[in-house]
Design a protein around this ligand. Structure first.
Ligand SMILES: [Zn+2]
Length: 255
């Protein structure tokens, strides 16, 4: 994972209340809605909210998120065990209340995804966000429970690119899952699927290709036919299991 840049905003009532989370129950995904703005600017923006004049008649703006991610950087605006104002609302969905309780900001970490000038999420940003989520789950005690901002509040179109293309949100969750459980994701529902040729998306075949390519290069497996099967997408579930046992066993012996 690329390094996380710590850029803590000062404790202030608008973007960093200085309160601890009551629990770690989920990870909430957002997008910045600012085409072309890098993660650094988003973090600076959250910090700038501290400067609002609380004596003014206008209502203050409360907002922050723990992390902002772009193609090349991850900014961390406040500790992941502190409350941020990323998914507050007058109303919450039933699912959010069931899983996150009545005030979801109290139990979630918020991630802002930066968007390109055309409004899209760059693949590098996507991958950085996957890595960050895996880190939060593996090392920071968050469960693999994801919500989009919209899934928490029900009305906000955030993150818009994933609202428009729900498949991308699914791809994200799957990518996190695979990183957490390498190859285990390759699961099927019934035993008699052992002889069924795997039916994966291209990116999953790519992952498999790399796995087997590495094994071949490291001389853990010697038969090129295995690599060929993967490249031609002819591998069955049973063969995959066998292959994994062979590779893991031989790697274990080698090390
Ligand atoms: Zn949002």
């Amino acid at each position: 994972m690329i390094q996380i840049t710590k850029d803590y905003i000062p404790v202030n009532k608008y973007s960093r209340a200085g309160l601890k989370l009551k629990a770690k129950r989920g990870i909430v995904m957002h997008y910045t809605a600012s085409p072309g703005a890098p993660a650094k600017n988003i973090s600076k923006y959250f910090a700038s909210l501290a400067q609002q004049d609380s004596n003014k008649a206008v209502k203050g703006r409360y907002a922050s998120a723990h992390f902002s991610v772009d193609r090349t950087s991850i900014y961390n605006s406040l500790p992941d065990d502190e409350l941020a104002y990323h998914c507050g609302s007058a109303t919450y969905t039933k699912e959010a209340i069931a899983k996150l309780e009545t005030y979801p900001n109290n139990s979630t970490v918020g991630i802002e995804m930066c968007i390109e000038k055309d409004g899209s999420i760059h693949e590098d940003t996507f991958n950085n966000v996957v890595d960050l989520a895996v880190y939060l789950i593996r090392e920071r005690g968050f469960p693999p429970v994801f919500f989009t901002h919209k899934e928490v509040v029900g009305w906000k179109e955030c993150p818009l690119p994933w609202i428009k293309q729900p498949g991308e949100y699914e791809r994200f969750k799957q990518a996190v899952h695979i990183k957490l459980n390498p190859l285990q994701e390759i699961a099927v529902t019934e035993d008699d699927d052992m002889n069924t040729v795997l039916n994966y998306a291209q990116w999953a075949w790519n992952e498999l290709d790399q796995y087997i390519g590495d094994a071949y290069n490291d001389k853990v497996i010697e038969d090129w036919a295995w690599v060929e099967k993967v490249r031609k997408k002819k591998l069955t579930y049973g063969e995959l299991l066998l292959l994994k046992v062979l590779i893991d066993e031989r790697r274990r012996k080698k090390s």
